[in-house]
Design a binder for this molecule. Structure first.
Ligand SMILES: CC(C)(COP(=O)(O)OP(=O)(O)OC[C@H]1O[C@@H](n2cnc3c(N)ncnc32)[C@H](O)[C@@H]1OP(=O)(O)O)[C@@H](O)C(=O)NCCC(=O)NCCS
Length: 187
């Protein structure tokens, strides 16, 4: 699936939201590791990623060629500052209407509107790909992310009090959220 849009951020800078390509693999991997170092709210620790550069290239190429998946980057002045993507929950008949969403932004760029732009872009792509429900999980203390998700229409449907076990903060409660993209599907 293809996406390309340029927006103006809160600081007046221009940001491009576009597909990650094979050529971005090195930068995407670096930003992935950096963002996972900068926050305790993501699912994995930086050293847990099993992706090599070649695997990342392959992954991004597959994403770009797939009509029901997307991996987006946010680029400011030629630098990748964040990523977001959607991936199907499953391909079988009973679950193929569901897609999961994830996003991370480099910390020095928080609060500028990049997260909102990436989130809205993923929702638009999920709609285009005919998904009916977009889903995510967020740590309950991640107030910034929760505010963003609620503002675009995600609603909570449950909590897991022992969802994550953080090395530094112990148990982290996970909030499950979903957004119906088509409330009355005729499918
Ligand atoms: C959560 C995250 C994606 C938000 O991205 P961002 O670029 O900082 O967000 P934006 O600047 O687009 O702001 C989006 C909304 O977040 C909320 N927000 C922003 N700053 C906030 C703050 N300091 N406190 C509370 N809410 C805040 C607001 O609702 C804001 O919308 P508005 O500015 O239109 O009012 C980003 O902080 C991040 O990558 N965090 C680490 C990784 C992570 O937690 N990912 C999500 C895992 S579920």
């Amino acid at each position: 699936m293809k996406y390309n849009k340029t927006i103006t951020l809160k600081d007046g800078k221009t940001c491009t939201i576009r597909n990650a390509t094979e050529q971005d693999a090195k930068d995407v991997l670096s930003v992935f590791i950096l963002t996972h170092e900068q926050t305790d709210f993501l699912t994995t620790y930086p050293e847990e990623t099993s992706f090599t550069l070649d695997r990342e290239k392959e992954y991004l190429k597959d994403k770009a060629d797939n009509e029901r998946e997307i991996e987006l980057v946010a680029e400011i002045g030629g630098t990748i500052v964040g990523m977001a993507g959607i991936a199907p929950v499953g391909k079988t008949e009973k679950v193929k209407h569901r897609v999961s969403f994830g996003v991370c932004i480099e910390k020095s760029r928080w609060g500028l509107g990049v997260g909102r732009a990436l989130t809205e872009a993923c929702i638009e792509c999920a709609r285009k790909a005919d998904y009916i429900q977009i889903e995510l999980e967020v740590v309950s203390e991640n107030t910034r992310a929760l505010a963003l998700y609620q503002s675009v229409g995600f609603v909570e449907y449950g909590r897991n009090p022992k969802g994550f076990r953080s090395r530094t903060s112990g148990w982290q409660e996970i909030v499950h959220m979903r957004l119906e993209l088509d409330r009355y599907p005729n499918k």
